[in-house]
Design a protein around this ligand. Structure first.
Ligand code: G4P
Length: 525
């Protein structure tokens, strides 16, 4: 197959949803269709003690939430689909944000009994920072749901995106009969109890087909009347509007009942964009370019207890990865030979022979790779738009056993490379201050320090309210800041100079006094 054909068949997406809407269940069913798993449903069950393969860490198992991001690749029809799992808890928005920079489209999953929920609103805002096409799945039709037309209205009003229903539900809850596919003009009947296998579904062609009346009784007439209303009240699918993020195709179904997920996948593979271009400081890089480029959007330590290492997740923007190839890392100006990049099949890792634009590869990181790094075939490029955010919560971290200071520092720096927390080392003392965007991350850090670095640590209050990375055109301005405010300066995990302010008032006074210093709320390389 030619390079371009390989690239064009790829679809890289992530799921955005409010917790409990059904993201994990849909992921299982999607993998079932992709044959990545033999029997979906054996993957996870919070209560039965089994867990999705995408949930790696103990922490997640205990809390029943997905803390990490994993990558799953599977074939669907003629396409090759990459699904990036996003952390489910709102504390991890920063991590989620960066994951969304690595996809070309998103699937929005909505609990049809609840409608648009808080976290979905937030995530939609994030997808709009880069125009990301959105596909919608209205889940849990096997329950009593809200009026479907009202659901569409809510999506349009609250999320400010037009809805184009592709399928329309017939009945709901115990009376859920199936869906009518508006574009194919056919009704697909729902059978219960088929969640673990791909069932042969009964399809009735044509809306006026008497077979439909036979199969679903009075629902058939209701459906015909309803559809007239629906077509008047909603929008028709338009590829261009979809690609501009202005319109979303909507599918109805039940992930648990394994119904409708395939319709959604058909739509996704047909309409969602192939690997898209990404911006660098100098120029845009298109997936049609055959030279390798890519960027790191996530780093994760100790993913697999059997391989104690750190993996940097690289989204390939252009070109092809081949085992053993040499990649250039412009930030440090070095070439590295990559012989052991890994790919992820729902958490199982295997050594990769080749990968193309749109794919995610895992690079072993021995401390030289940072989030936001670019890799190329030699060109000096830097992809933009993969920031670190300044943390909003701070604690001093202290050891129970003071002999393990070195281990603690190593653990903290490695965990901060992942970007979920930041570590700050004040210039004037040996404190270690952990900064996070959400509270839960503090617990994660202590749990992981213990499990992965054998370090017993605890937190203490610290008088820090906010942090800003500082830079200046001339070194003398930074020296001046240092003379005046050394007590408030620290180095982060990557040795970047940071101002850690005890109060917001202190920060604004310092900013006024040092007009030649820039105080950054986000950090990009
Ligand atoms: P999340 O990853 O978005 O948080 O959602 P998850 O898939 O874990 O689903 C949340 C709950 O909703 C689970 O129930 C799951 O079984 C259920 N669910 C998902 N899809 C459907 C659906 O189509 N219909 C119905 N009726 N339920 C659905 P749980 O009781 O919290 O957990 P579990 O013990 O079933 O795993």
């Amino acid at each position: 197959m030619t390079y371009q054909k390989e690239v064009d068949k790829r679809r890289t997406f992530a799921i955005i949803s409010h917790p409990d809407a059904g993201k994990t269940t849909i992921t299982e069913k999607v993998l079932l269709f992709g044959n990545a798993l033999q029997t979906a449903g054996t993957v996870k069950g919070k209560k039965s003690g089994q867990h999705a393969k995408s949930d790696w860490m103990e922490m997640e198992k205990e809390r029943g939430i997905s803390v990490t991001t994993s990558v799953m690749q599977f074939p669907y029809g003629d396409n090759l689909v990459n699904l990036l799992d996003t952390p489910g808890h709102e504390d991890f928005s920063e991590d989620t944000y960066r994951t969304l920079t690595a996809v070309d489209s998103c699937l929005m999953v909505i609990d049809s009994a609840k409608g648009v929920e808080a976290r979905t609103i937030k995530l939609m805002e994030v997808t709009r920072l880069r125009t990301t096409p959105i596909i919608t799945f209205m889940n849990k039709l096997d329950r009593d749901i809200r009026d479907p037309l009202e659901l569409l209205d809510e999506v349009e009003d609250v999320l400010n995106i037009k809805c184009a229903p592709i399928t329309w539900p017939i009945g709901m809850g115990k009376e859920f009969k199936g869906v009518y596919h508006l574009l194919r003009d056919e009704t697909i009947l729902y059978q219960t109890g088929q969640g673990h296998t791909i069932q042969d579904s009964k399809v009735i062609k044509g809306l006026d087909n008497p077979e439909l009346d036979e199969a679903i009784g009075s629902y058939a007439e209701e459906l015909r009347e309803m559809l007239e209303l629906v077509q008047g009240a909603s929008h028709e699918f338009d590829q261009e509007e979809f690609l501009r993020g202005e319109l979303t195709p909507v599918f109805f179904g039940t992930a648990l009942g394994n119904f409708g997920v395939d319709h959604m996948l058909d739509g996704l593979t047909e309409w969602a964009p192939k690997p898209q271009a990404r911006q660098t400081h100098d120029r845009e890089v298109s997936s049609e370019e055959s030279k390798f480029t890519g960027f790191i959007f996530k780093i994760q330590a100790n993913m697999d207890p059997k391989h104690r290492d750190r993996i940097a997740f690289c989204r390939i923007v252009s070109g092809k990865y081949e085992k053993g190839m040499k990649l250039h890392q412009p930030r440090i100006g070095k070439d590295v030979r990559i012989s052991d990049a890994v790919t992820f099949l729902a958490g199982d890792r295997s050594v990769l022979e080749e990968a193309y634009a749109g794919d995610i590869i895992g690079l072993h990181n021995h401390g030289t790779i940072q989030i936001g790094d670019t890799f190329t075939s030699g060109e000096k490029l830097q992809f933009t738009g993969i920031p670190n955010f300044a943390p909003e919560l701070f604690k001093r971290i202290r050891l129970r056993d003071p002999l393990k200071q070195k281990q603690l520092l190593k653990g903290l720096i490695q965990l901060s490379e992942e970007g979920a927390v930041q570590v700050f080392r004040p210039l004037i003392n040996n404190d270690l201050i952990v900064g996070a965007v959400g509270v839960l991350q503090f617990d994660v850090v202590v749990a992981r320090l213990k499990a992965e670095y054998n370090v017993d640590a605890l937190y203490e209050h610290v008088n820090v309210t906010t942090a800003r990375w500082v830079s200046a055109k001339e070194q003398k301005h930074l020296d001046e800041l240092r003379r005046k405010s050394e007590v408030n300066l620290a180095l982060d995990g990557g040795d970047n100079l940071t101002y850690i302010a005890p109060t917001m008032v202190n920060l604004s006074i310092t900013q006024e006094r040092h007009p030649d210093v820039t105080f950054h709320q986000t950090r990009e390389h």
